[in-house]
Design a protein around this ligand. Structure first.
Ligand code: SF4
Length: 414
């Protein structure tokens, strides 16, 4: 007996696979991650990386299906407004299970099933019928065990927490995102360069580092989540004589109402102060964002502009527009190695607006290079989210564990 297990996400897979193992001990289980419905792509990657980590942990081989988002959109066309558990979901199951069957046949599986059956929010009967319909006359039998029963759902959450698995907060598709998250979707769909604090990209980076550290180097890992005051730039521009000046916006700058027209008043150090609205322009060497080491509570609208524009800015009136948001958000920390290591080094998981920061390849290199030191307890690495916004993660870690971390390396290129 060989079972192809269609895997939708790690939380649903972790207990389902464990139970399949217990119920079919002599059976070969093959995982198939096939989720072209997931949007945006960063969310898809996040769920994939967590499915890979879970399968590695359980010793199940995992294949990735094609991310044919366009095909999935076509399949559910006309049913965009359907509620969850309605016709769109039925078509979504049919699409994913029909293609999963093709893969099951390719690898010579005798049976097929899906971890979607574990999800408390899905219609079990609809899924069972969809799976049976897909497998009809194919020679592959569809298995539909109900592992939700008898406390299975609670066990799933418990196991998922123990393994520190990312738990999504919407079903997955664009339409579910609109309906289930309502006002919060704006940030889910915004695209940034780099990995902004509290973003999906930042979380994905942390999960990818963990997959490598745990799965490849066999290093112990632990994660924490923390809340922090997140500053987000929505849009910003500074103009002189109708010409836009290249700039970044200093973190924690407040919004400007409408368009602010102001004259230069004085220059102190590298900062030009303007006549209205607390506006400031800080001269930088080249076009560079800044790392905020400590949030001092000040929030004047501040643009960071290359020094070559200084005389232009001092000579004329400027027009500035700026829209930002500041609100509580969540980010995470990943400790690779022991919390009792002689030294704990802090590495930013986020990047600056200009994209400076550590890349995934560099993070892997760092861990590979220091693998022995980590294993012997001489050193650990703390990958911290939201570092560029005053290092709230580092502060949280020190308070939570009572351990000191080494100074930040955020404001440099790796
Ligand atoms: S809500 Fe979930 S099951 Fe329904 S169509 Fe969207 S992704 Fe598929």
């Amino acid at each position: 007996m060989k079972v192809l297990v269609h895997i939708c996400c790690a939380p649903d897979a972790v207990y389902f696979l464990k139970r399949l193992r217990e119920d079919y001990p002599q059976t070969e289980l093959i995982g198939f991650f096939y989720d072209p419905n997931i949007h945006p792509y960063e969310e898809y990657k996040l769920r994939l990386v967590e499915a890979q980590r879970t399968c590695k942990e359980l010793g199940v081989e995992l294949y990735e299906g094609e991310y044919d988002f366009d095909g999935w959109m076509q399949a559910v066309k006309g049913y965009e407004e359907e509620p969850e558990r309605g016709k769109r979901c039925e078509l979504c199951f049919d699409y994913r299970l029909t293609r999963s069957l093709e893969f099951a046949k390719e690898i010579g599986a005798t049976h097929m099933t899906t971890t979607l059956l574990m999800s408390p929010k899905k219609n079990f009967l609809m899924l069972k019928e969809s799976g049976e319909k897909a497998c009809e006359n194919s020679g592959v039998e569809f298995l539909a065990p109900d592992y939700r029963k008898g406390g299975g759902t609670q066990e799933m959450f418990k196991l998922s927490r123990e393994l520190e698995i990312y738990h999504q907060d919407y079903c997955g598709c664009l339409y579910g995102l609109f309906k289930q998250k309502e006002s919060e979707i704006y940030y889910d769909l915004l695209s940034f360069s780099g990995r902004r604090p509290g973003s999906k990209e930042e979380r994905l980076f942390i999960k990818e580092v963990r997959l490598f550290a745990e799965g490849t180097l066999r290093l112990s890992c632990r994660e924490w989540e923390f809340s922090f005051l997140n500053w987000k730039l929505l849009k910003g521009k500074i103009e002189v004589g109708g010409r836009t000046v290249p700039s970044f916006v200093r973190a924690y700058s407040c919004s400007i109402k409408g368009v602010l027209k102001a004259d230069p008043v004085e220059k102190v150090g590298n900062t030009i102060y303007y006549s209205k609205g607390g506006l400031r322009v800080v001269m930088t060497e080249g076009l560079r964002d800044e790392f905020i080491e400590f949030f001092d509570g000040l929030c004047e609208p501040t643009f960071l502009v290359p020094a070559e524009y200084e005389s232009l800015l001092l000579s004329k009136r400027v027009s500035a527009t700026l829209q930002t948001d500041i609100s509580p958000d969540r980010s995470s920390l990943l400790l690779v190695g022991s919390v009792d290591a002689e030294e704990i080094r802090l590495v930013p998981a986020d990047t600056l607006q200009d994209n400076r920061g550590i890349s995934l390849a560099q993070a892997r290199e760092l861990l590979q290079r220091d693998c022995e030191l980590i294993l012997k307890g001489h050193r650990s690495y703390l990958f911290a989210g939201a570092c560029s916004l005053g290092n709230p993660g580092g502060v949280y870690f020190e308070r939570r564990t009572g351990r000191k971390v080494s100074p930040l390396l955020c404001n440099q290129s790796f």
